[in-house]
Each structure stands twice: as C-alpha cells, then as structure tokens.
Design a protein around this ligand. Structure first.
Ligand code: NAP
Ligand code: ZN
Length: 347
C-alpha cells in the first residue's frame, strides 16, 4: 500500500484537517500521480457538509487534480514517466454498459466510482480525492495535460471546464446566439470563456455588481445585476441558451422567461433543495429546461485539447491547504475570483 498524506473532514460540521491514509498498490494499468494542484469546487463544500445527503466520512475532497506521473504499471501505454496528467470527477466505471460504451462513463449503469465520497467498483472500498499528495488511477480514467506551463489554472478544467463545455456543445452554442451565464463563480467564469470562444454573444447574470468589469475581461458582452427585476423584465424572450451555474436555491422562472422561442436553459448548479418551476415558464415559447452532469473521458480530453489550442484556462487564486476553511467560507460568500486552487506543495 502507498502511504499518502491528505486533508479530510470527519463530519458535516468539522473543518478539514491532516489525514494519513493508504492508496492501493499499483495494478498493471495504473499510474501513480504526484498531485501538484487541486481545484476547490463548490461540490466539495456541498459534500463535506452533506448538503446532498449520503456523505461518507472521513472525506478527502477534490476532483480537479493535476500532477506528474511518477510511476507506471507494467501495461500502461497512454502515459510515460514525468508526463502531466489530470483526474476529474470519477476514477472508474464498468466499461461495458451502453453509457460507458457511448462515452458517458459518469452515468455508468453499474457503478461510477467517483473520485471521492464514493466507492471503488467493489462498492465497498472508499475513494479519496485530490486534497492529497498522490493518487493511483487506471490510465483510462486519467487525462493527458499538454498545457504544462499553466498547471494551476488547468486544474479547474477537470470539473468546471468540462461541466460547462459539455452542455455548450450538446446545445450547439455558437455564432449569432445570445447566451446567458447565471452566476459568475468557478463554473460560471469558465462558461463565459468557453461560450465566448465559440462565438456566442454572452451575458452574465449576477448577484454581485462588483463582478461587472471582470466579466467583460473574461469575454462577456453584457452584464446584468439580477437583483433588479426591471433589468430582467426588459430582456424577456431574448436568449437562445442559458447556463445556470448557481450553487444556492434561487427562482428559475425569472431566467426561463428570458428564453426566446425554442430556447433552452441547462442547470449545472446543484443547490441543496428542489426548485419550483411554473409550467407557464416552459409552455410559453416552447422552452426546454435540461440538466447536465460533468462529461465522459473522451469529451473531457476533447475539452482539455480545445482549451490548450484556444489558450483557455481558469482564473485562479492559489492557496496553501492550511487556508482551505477560509476558502470554503469565501466561496460560499461568492467572494472567489474565480477558482481557489490548492498548491499541494503546502501539504
Ligand atoms: P461557485 O464558485 O461558488 O459559484 C457559484 C456562483 O453562484 C457564485 O459565484 C454566485 O455568482 C452565484 N450564487 C451563489 N449564491 C447565490 C444565491 N443565493 N443566489 C444567486 N446566485 C448565487 O460554485 P461552482 O464551483 O461554480 O459550482 C456551482 C454549482 O455547480 C454548485 O452547486 C456545484 O455543486 C455544481 N456543480 C455541478 C456539476 C455538474 O456536473 N452538474 C459539476 C460541478 C459543480 P454571482 O456572484 O455572480 O451571483
Ligand atoms: Zn466539481
């Protein structure tokens, strides 16, 4: 077994603290990654605090992992020693069901072994995430990182990047389209960069007036403060596509009403409680309300390659792991510009 250092939460109300644990021995298809950086996703906070239910403790969060490959199993072919590799939200799946076969491993019909707060394919052994010194992962579930100069800013692509890229592709977002991004946090700021890079006319819908200047630098063309109902009414029926990244409960109807005929709104934000949707918000203008969950391995690699080719990465605040509790508090207050990333050298 491989002795590993990490940070873990013991319960929904405890702060994260140092935690030593064992990673499995290397299998023939495994790689060992020395973790350099790990992004802090709002999902880490939801799960540490058990806001979605069913959390498993001790919990080592972290699913925006980048690092260096320091050891290879005998049959590994995708990586060489010293390559850079990434791990996102899951580390294994059955590889045989129709969803795995079609590149949607995150929706494996047998079991998707999530990177943390989950179990391996035996459905017993707990998984531990990226707030740690190293991780053992099957090469098929690791991503190749080509943008090595910018590793800290690449880490958030492993979750925030793919979670926003995937629905933009699925709904063919591109030129001559008006796109709204609701919530300018980790996911939202990636959604703005990606949608703008695809040629869309992007509006940020935000509760934070102080983010206007940043949103334009990120590539947005318009900025709307959502607390003012007048601002919202003036835009009714004018958007093709809206990406809702908000982490807390909020009124979906006021955003659905912004969609033009045939428009779609996709929820990626995952608040604690269900939302009320008026049928009339959907009936008018034949609107679609959809959801989207991360992305499969092939699409995640496509997104990483797209970002490298288009020079897109996250705007990050790099922190030592000792500041993780403060980073959680600031994220909850929407006070992150725009993703905290832990420098694992601090561990
Ligand atoms: P984040 O960095 O905290 O950003 C969330 C943003 O939502 C905030 O910056 C804020 O933007 C806005 N917001 C926060 N509280 C609000 C409120 N009460 N009312 C209205 N707006 C509010 O979080 P994140 O890491 O981007 O994650 C966002 C959500 O996506 C989380 O729920 C997370 O669990 C979920 N998620 C889902 C997937 C998936 O596969 N679907 C993957 C990853 C994460 P403004 O300041 O601009 O208003
Ligand atoms: Zn995430």
């Amino acid at each position: 077994m491989l002795s590993t250092r990490g940070y873990a939460a013991d319960s929904p109300t405890s702060n994260l603290k140092p935690f030593d644990f064992e990673r499995r021995e290397m299998g023939a298809r495994d790689i060992l990654i020395e973790i350099k950086f790990c992004g802090v996703c709002h999902s880490d906070i939801h799960q540490v605090r058990d806001e979605w239910g069913g959390s498993i403790y001790p919990m080592v969060p972290g699913h925006e992992i980048v690092g260096r490959v320091i050891r290879l199993g005998a049959d590994v072919s995708k990586f060489k020693e010293n390559d850079y590799a990434g791990v996102g939200c899951f580390v294994d799946s059955c590889r045989e069901c129709v969803n795995c076969a079609e590149g949607f491993e995150q929706f494996c019909l047998i079991h998707c072994a999530q990177t943390y707060n989950s179990t391996e394919m035996d459905k017993k052994t707990p998984t531990f995430g990226g707030y740690s010194s190293q991780i053992v992962v099957d090469e098929n579930y690791a991503l190749k990182i080509s943008d090595m100069e910018n590793l800290a800013a690449v880490a958030p692509l492993l979750c925030a990047g793919i979670t926003t890229y995937s629905p933009l592709k699925r709904f063919n977002v591109g030129k001559n389209q008006k796109v709204g991004v609701v919530g300018l946090g980790g996911l939202g700021h990636m959604g703005v960069k990606l949608a703008a890079s695809m040629g869309a006319q992007v509006t940020v819908f935000s509760t934070s007036p102080s983010k206007e200047q940043d949103s334009r630098k990120l590539g947005a063309h318009d900025f709307v403060v959502t607390k003012n109902p007048e601002n919202m009414r003036a835009l009714a029926g004018s958007y093709d596509f809206i990406l809702d990244t908000v982490s807390a409960n909020h009124d979906l109807n006021q955003y659905l009403n912004l969609l033009k005929r045939g428009g779609a709104m996709v929820l990626v934000g995952a608040p604690e409680k269900p939302a009320a949707v008026s049928a009339f918000s959907l009936i008018g203008n034949n609107r679609t309300l959809a959801g989207s969950g991360i992305g499969g391995i092939a699409e995640t690699q496509e997104m990483l390659d797209y970002c490298a080719a288009n020079k897109i990465s996250a705007d990050v605040e790099i922190i030592p792991i000792q500041q993780i509790s403060d980073a959680y508090e600031r994220t909850i207050k929407s006070d992150v510009r725009y993703r905290f990333v832990i420098d694992m050298n601090s561990l």
